[in-house]
Design a protein around this ligand. Structure first.
Ligand SMILES: C[S@@+](CC[C@H](N)C(=O)[O-])C[C@H]1O[C@@H](n2cnc3c(N)ncnc32)[C@H](O)[C@@H]1O
Length: 232
């Protein structure tokens, strides 16, 4: 049972659904007990120190679900350190199995609410942040739980380097309008739409996520890229 108070962050409401689904298979259970502690984000450790010295830049994916996109990006960009945040343990276990199978050295996991670890991310430390198909919380009385609101954007703006990118995708048009309204009025971001059809095309290097796969048969997909405007 989750509640508003099961998150310790600074006044944040819970933005995710369940933390656990079906019981984990023994192999995945073992990865959670043995591999996760080796690559877990340690509270109080500056994120740059979590990675080897040859890592050139840092990306973060918030709410990676089953980790399909994160794993593909980590394989395609071994020079990038990717921090994945996800409180749903079955999704974490799935990403761990990818990390194990492909021997990925450049992924670190925070198996909890992403917002808990923002204090460990220095100003301008991230080159890219992904939030893909976040929980849309469609009922009006739940909109306050939506992850993307001004406090989160303030944190993204702080953590992103000048010219860094925030990438978002959703099939929920109400949430797309919501995000555009919040981001376009934010002084630190600009929308990188290059043409009228830009937001219908996935950005380069895209891998279909599990949620997107389920949604593909139904509604439209929207992919938005925002740039962190260089500090003055
Ligand atoms: C609809 S799912 C999409 C998952 C994945 N991005 C995909 O496209 O398949 C949204 C995910 O965001 C996660 N989430 C929600 N709030 C979060 C938060 N504050 N920090 C990290 N993850 C969060 C949820 O647990 C859930 O797995």
């Amino acid at each position: 049972m989750t509640s508003d108070t099961d998150h310790n962050g600074p006044g944040y409401l819970r933005s995710y659904g369940r933390r656990q689904g079906k019981k984990l298979r023994p192999g995945r259970e073992r990865l959670v007990t043995e591999l996760l502690p080796q690559i877990a984000v340690l509270p109080g450790t500056p994120v740059r120190d979590l990675f080897d010295a040859d890592i050139k830049s840092l990306w973060m994916e918030i709410g990676f679900g089953g980790g399909e996109h994160l794993s593909a990006q980590a394989q395609a960009h071994p020079e990038v350190g990717i921090i994945g945040c996800e409180p749903f343990i079955n999704g974490v276990a799935k990403l761990l199995s990818e990390i194990d199978e492909h021997d990925l050295q450049n992924v670190r996991i925070h198996a909890d609410d992403a917002r808990d670890m923002f204090p460990d991310v220095a100003d301008g430390a991230l080159e890219r942040v992904f939030i893909l198909f976040p929980d849309p919380w469609p009922k009006a009385k739940h909109h306050k739980r939506r992850l993307i609101q001004t406090p989160l954007l303030n944190e993204l703006a702080r953590m992103l380097e000048d010219g860094g990118e925030f990438r978002f995708a959703s099939d929920h048009m109400g949430y797309v309008r919501w995000v555009l309204a919040f981001v376009l009025k934010h002084p630190d971001f600009e929308w990188l739409a290059e043409g009228p059809d830009d937001w219908r095309q996935p950005p380069e290097g895209w891998t279909t996520t599990r949620y997107e796969q389920k949604a593909l048969a139904g509604d439209k997909m929207v992919y938005l890229r925002f740039r962190r405007i260089p500090r003055g």
